[in-house]
Ligand binder design. Structure first.
Ligand code: ADP
Ligand code: NA
Length: 341
């Protein structure tokens, strides 16, 4: 629709990798290419969310934040169409978080999975919950505030965020019903069209910024020979007479197929039949490396340029953040007025 507002963010918790690219930034670019008319697009760096895990070192955090902006832009997102910003620099995020926290029930937050997985809690009892920080528990409320602040209609995220989007919709409805207004649109979750990319060496967990084993992660900045080496060492299996997609029995191989499928935007059965021409894992891995190297070439080169051009990055952020903040400020003023402030 003409009035659509597309919104998403990513945390500056480390160097961006192939999973972030396929599951977030490239999907954002694809969406932004469809932008028309009055549609607004806002993509941000969720730096307030990033401090809900053990605190990063301040100098490292500053670097991750800037790298996140360069990583987002490196996929070719057009900053004249898209507002790129830091969450922390638009104080209305925190302001709306407070207002919405007065709607969110403890029970609804208690049902969320993320705070349990991030604090390694299996069984919730008083002792374990006593160690969980309020900010981590309240993370989904801040996320709802992020989205609703811009009256967003479409939110591209991975499927791990489905629960948070559900809460966002509930809070939007609660606000609208409480004040008998139609202020917040009920935002639609737009699932990014890629399978979870798994760690190359432990294909039972996802590829992640926070993985200490850098050999398991393909970073956007990896040079071709580094990508080749990592893929060559990727854990697969010893069944080599055929290369069938089987995420349960052959997670390593299936992960390589998912990578190719994601990059080529090709259905997995098309990739699977393509793999039938290979005779051994060396051929499979050579092919997979080539596909990755070729696709990441543009973003890698663009990233290198951007990260060195501080003045340009500052200009882009100032413009994007300025537009986003104007909207955020206008909306929070209206929200507070509706509430009687
Ligand atoms: P990370 O675990 O690398 O820190 P985040 O939790 O910050 O990743 O996720 C940022 C975005 O990237 C989300 O939209 C998420 O769905 C996507 N994403 C992260 N890791 C992967 C992955 N391994 N495969 C696909 N998408 C991913
Ligand atoms: Na993470």
């Amino acid at each position: 629709p003409d009035e659509a507002t597309v919104f998403s963010m990513i945390q500056p918790t480390g160097k961006f990798h192939l999973g972030n690219y396929l599951g977030a930034t490239r999907a954002w670019k694809d969406l932004s290419d469809l932008q028309k008319g009055n549609q607004k697009i806002i993509f941000g760096v969720a730096d307030l969310h990033a401090i809900t895990i053990p605190k990063p070192d301040a100098a490292e955090f500053r670097r991750f934040r800037k790298e996140a902006i360069a990583s987002i832009l490196s996929v070719g997102i057009d900053p004249s169409k898209v507002s790129v910003m830091y969450q922390s620099q638009i104080p209305e995020h925190s302001q709306l978080h407070w207002l919405l926290s007065t709607f969110a029930s403890m029970g609804s937050l208690n049902r969320m999975n993320q705070w349990k997985s991030k604090s390694n809690i299996k069984e919730v009892d008083n002792e374990t919950i006593g160690k969980v920080k309020l900010g981590l528990f309240s993370y989904p409320v801040l996320q709802a505030a992020d989205i609703l602040l811009y009256r967003s209609t479409h939110v591209p995220v991975g499927d791990d965020q489905a629960q948070h989007l559900e809460l966002t919709r509930t809070l939007a409805e609660q606000f609208n019903n409480t004040y008998n207004v139609d202020f917040f649109p009920i935002p639609t979750t737009v699932f990014t069209p890629t399978s979870k990319i798994l760690s190359l060496n432990s294909p039972d967990k996802k590829m992640s910024k926070s993985d200490p084993n850098q050999q398991s992660v393909i970073y956007l900045t990896d040079e071709p020979d580094v990508i080749k080496t990592k893929v060559k060492k990727a854990v697969t299996d010893s069944i080599s007479e055929s290369f069938n997609y089987d995420p349960i029995k052959r997670p390593g191989l299936s992960n390589l197929m998912n990578i190719v499928s994601g990059i080529q935007r090709a259905p997995i059965d098309v990739v699977e039949s393509e793999f039938q021409k290979f005779n051994n894992y060396r051929d499979v891995k050579n092919y997979v490396s080539e596909v990755i190297i070729e696709d990441l070439k543009g973003p890698r080169e663009e990233y290198k340029k951007l990260i060195q051009d501080e003045a340009y990055l500052d200009k882009i952020i100032n413009e994007g953040q300025g537009r986003a903040r104007d909207l955020a400020n206008k909306n929070v003023n209206e929200i507070m007025k509706i509430m009687g402030f």
